[in-house]
Design a protein around this ligand. Sequence first.
Ligand code: ATP
Ligand code: MG
Length: 209
Amino acid sequence: MAAEEPAQVSRIGVMGGTFDPIHLGHLIAAESVRDGFHLHRVLFVPAGTPPHKTERRVAPAEHRLAMVRLAVAGNPGFEVSTIETDRPGASYTVDTVRSLRREMPPQTKLYFITGADAVLEILTWKDPFEIFRHCDLVAVTRPGYDAAALDRMVGTLAGSGGAVHRLVIPEVSISSSEVRERVREGRSIRYLVPDAVGEYIWRTGLYQD
Ligand code: ATP
Ligand code: MG
């Protein structure tokens, strides 16, 4: 793979999410793709206003961004991008990958990273086929989501011209929803989120009402 490419090609992962809050499942997914696809770095891109999460209140972007910063500190292969939190209006992946594509050297390879649940919904996203013009898609396994359905979706997307990869990763059934629920109930979130993120949540009182 990397051996056939000119030396200057950089391989960048893009890990989008609401990150409300970021947890170990996100970090394991990003690190697995970084390692498996020999990426130079992974950009974590917290959504400003997530278009598909209108049914509940999402924590302010400053808090979600601050927690992502704490979580990626210490991994030189991870970076945070404010491209979506700086942009007004709903955060659409297609707008993000289009602008990343424009600002990166043309030989950069972009890999958009998603969990199985998100990939199964991708055809409901804005302009999904334009997304594939700008980047490859890496679908990582996630507990609780049908592996056969994921395979079928990967096949469908690849059949319509997308460069789609499936990566089996160490599966942890952690979700931000569960972390929020535990905080609301005053239960432990230790080992589900990085220590610094847990401290941030308890200090700021996020998710307690
Ligand atoms: P919520 O419960 O609020 O929906 P979440 O845990 O699903 O939160 P998101 O911010 O919605 O987190 O997800 C961002 C991306 O990370 C998505 O592509 C999602 O599929 C992926 N992801 C989240 N948790 C995991 C996990 N435990 N394993 C693999 N992928 C995950
Ligand atoms: Mg989710």
